[in-house]
Design a protein around this ligand. Structure first.
Ligand code: ATP
Ligand code: MG
Length: 631
């Protein structure tokens, strides 16, 4: 008999402890937990109290008996034209070399290690090595400017920083070491040591006494045997910053036991992973998706994981699919923003390779509009599965748990509430739960958050409580700060961030709804809609669109014609209240480094206000262009 997801979900909430006690058996414990969930001090949840485990053991050592010679990690770089595979046995050895090197440099259990690295195998070794010796890693996206890096160094106070001479993007070398030196200079906290992986891409001046060369230390620890340190389930495994889309990034603190269980469980129930399958997640280790689904999740499941350094369109737009063909990738995970990049390329590239090994493509990070989902679905002919979550939660909140019961995607919706998450829609004004279908409200989660979610904001319990748990008057629920709607079958639709709700003459509209409608126009590749203050209507919508084909848009008349078409489309599909006051055509939109639309920056520019914290912004040119357009 096929399992019933509704029943599975119900048990996860109503019989919480029994349910998670079962999930906990998916991982190895040194001491089994004595208490499943300690919720005596809400909103701080402690999972698997009394248990001791190790994340690296579960990701690496556990597989040594059954699959030592299976590839664990394949590092592919189209930047340096290199490919290197590591079996579980080899990964085990490399991680121990890294762990021994970190110990030599003074790292002890509970110490922080900041990892500022490009997408190379050593970055994975460093993360796993930290987990192995009970050190807390803090990965900072490689290539972040020195000021952003400095503030993270100050916050994490790392004993050691692991870095590299350089990253590379689109064939252009990005030296990291000068940025790192500058950041350490700026920071009040100074690390005891820097461990530098020299890729031979850029000259890196080494500071005597502080900076150590990885190749030299590794050579000293070739036969290192560093046993895993069993840590309390509640010991932090890492800290990681949110993307900074809505403001200053928040430092998320994750535990060890809950996270390991949540990932192991998600690999089975969400991804239907089998040992020996191959997972290709195109994210970056600097983001939560990279932590959970490049490194830890696939390895915990005994899969082969692909670590890819490079762009989706270089040497050409077929590169990902050639990797799928070559490595018989079974699971692929990417982001809508990347699909939109592909949408601008010749679709022939998606047909060039044999991708029959692929079971599904999961997408997360931003709303996946229906036209984009349909486009990639038609092109690849594999199930497209949207999933919605946050840095804070560490694993999906909404998606389809096909490993429990097969369900069909509804494009435009990331699916249903994932087991363990008591997801509710809340009326912002009254704080009441909205129980009827098709009511719009804030997506919230009733405590305790399930295993794997943030324990607190790093060194700032007050910020944890006040930011996430106090926004809905009179109720102790976690706010996602996203706005959504649920249909009669339990499928959710994310309508936008709560900050992005537009109020036009008393009508509340999600920016997402308008964007989705505009994205349906055949000549729109990508679009951002923001609410702009308006003396008459309170707010009006303004749209910024990237055309798929700009060749016909050379003069004002052609642009106005397309603008008119887009407006008409909104009129017919959503009604005139939603019609944007302007639709401006640009070559790119301002995004965070993780590829999220920076609507607040667009809005600030459109309202001629200060743009606020832009430290996580990708390319300032995008915003500059819009400033010029608006005059
Ligand atoms: P910050 O919290 O610093 O402002 P951020 O919220 O963008 O940045 P992340 O944790 O990387 O940081 O992103 C989580 C957010 O991304 C979600 O709250 C939601 O707004 C959006 N998101 C993620 N996945 C989806 C999805 N599948 N559909 C719709 N929105 C999504
Ligand atoms: Mg957020």
């Amino acid at each position: 008999m096929a399992a019933d997801y509704a029943e599975f979900y119900r048990r996860s909430i109503d019989e919480r402890d029994a349910f998670w006690a079962e999930q906990a058996r998916l991982i190895d414990w040194q001491q089994p937990p004595q208490q499943i969930c300690d919720w005596s001090n809400p909103p701080f949840a402690k999972w698997f109290v009394g248990g001791t485990t190790n994340l690296c053991h579960n990701a690496v050592d556990r597989h040594l008996t059954e699959r030592p010679l299976q590839n664990a990690l394949v590092a592919i770089s189209t930047e340096t034209d290199t490919e290197r595979a590591y079996t579980y046995a080899e990964l085990h050895q490399e991680v121990q070399r890294m762990a021994a090197s970190l110990q030599t440099l003074g790292v002890r259990q509970g110490d922080r290690v900041l990892i500022y690295m490009p997408m190379i195998a050593e970055a994975a070794f460093a993360m796993l090595a930290c987990a192995r010796i009970g050190a807390i890693h803090s990965v900072v996206f490689g290539g972040f400017a020195s000021s952003s890096l400095a503030s993270r160094i100050e916050d994490a106070e790392p004993t050691v920083i692991v870095s590299a001479d350089a990253g590379s993007r689109g064939g252009k070398v990005v030296p990291y070491k000068p940025l790192l030196d500058e950041a350490i200079e700026l920071s009040a906290h100074k690390p005891a040591a820097v461990l530098l992986v020299d890729r031979g891409l850029a000259p890196a001046a080494m500071r005597a006494g502080r900076d150590h060369d990885w190749a030299a230390l590794r050579a000293r620890h070739m036969d290192a045997q560093v046993p895993c340190i069993w840590v309390d389930a509640t010991q932090p495994s890492y800290t990681l910053y949110t993307s900074g889309t809505t403001g200053k990034p928040k430092g998320v603190q994750r535990d060890t036991g809950g996270y390991t269980v949540a990932l192991a469980s998600s690999m089975r129930h969400i991804f239907e992973a089998q040992p020996g399958d191959t997972y290709f997640c195109t994210s970056d280790i600097g983001w939560v998706v990279g932590h959970s689904y490049i490194i830890y999740g696939p390895l915990i499941a005994g899969m082969t994981t692909i670590l890819y350094e490079g762009l989706p369109v270089r040497p050409d737009a077929g590169i990902w699919w050639s990797i799928v063909e070559k490595y018989r990738v079974t699971h692929m995970f990417s982001a809508p923003t990347a699909v939109r990049v592909l949408k601008k390329q010749d679709p022939a590239y998606l047909k060039k390779y044999d991708i029959r090994s692929l079971k599904a493509l999961w997408l997360a990070g931003e709303p996946l509009d229906e036209p984009t989902a349909q486009w990639i679905s038609d092109a690849l002919q594999v199930p497209i599965i949207d999933n919605y979550w946050q840095t804070e939660t560490g694993w999906p909140i909404l998606t389809l748990c096909n490993g429990v019961q097969k369900q069909t995607s509804r494009f435009g919706s990331p699916g249903k509430a994932v087991y363990g998450y008591n997801v509710q829609l809340i009326d912002e004004a009254t704080g009441e739960e909205l129980t009827q279908p098709n009511q719009k409200g804030v997506v919230a989660i009733e405590g305790p958050l399930p295993p794997g979610c943030l324990q607190t904001v790093w060194r700032n319990d007050d910020r944890f409580v006040n930011t996430y748990w106090k926004s809905i008057p009179g109720r102790l629920v976690y706010s996602t700060f996203d706005w959504g709607i649920r249909d009669a079958d339990g499928y959710y639709f994310i309508l936008g961030r709560t900050d992005d709700v537009i109020n036009v003459a008393g009508h509340r509209l999600g920016t997402r709804e308008i964007e989705e409608c505009i994205a349906g126009h055949p000549n729109v590749a990508e679009v951002a809609v923001v609410g702009v203050a308006d003396a008459l209507k309170g707010q009006v919508a303004m749209a910024f669109a990237v055309p798929r084909d700009a060749s016909g848009l050379t003069d004002e008349a052609a642009r106005l014609k397309l603008e008119g078409e887009v407006m008409k489309q909104v009129d017919t599909q959503l009604g005139a209240v939603a019609r944007p006051a302007r639709v401006l055509f640009v070559t790119m939109l301002p995004k965070t480094r993780s590829g999220k639309l920076l609507r607040r920056a667009l809005q600030a520019v459109a309202e001629r206000r200060d743009t606020g914290d832009l430290t996580t912004m990708e390319d300032p040119v995008a915003l500059q262009q819009i400033k010029e357009l608006l005059g």
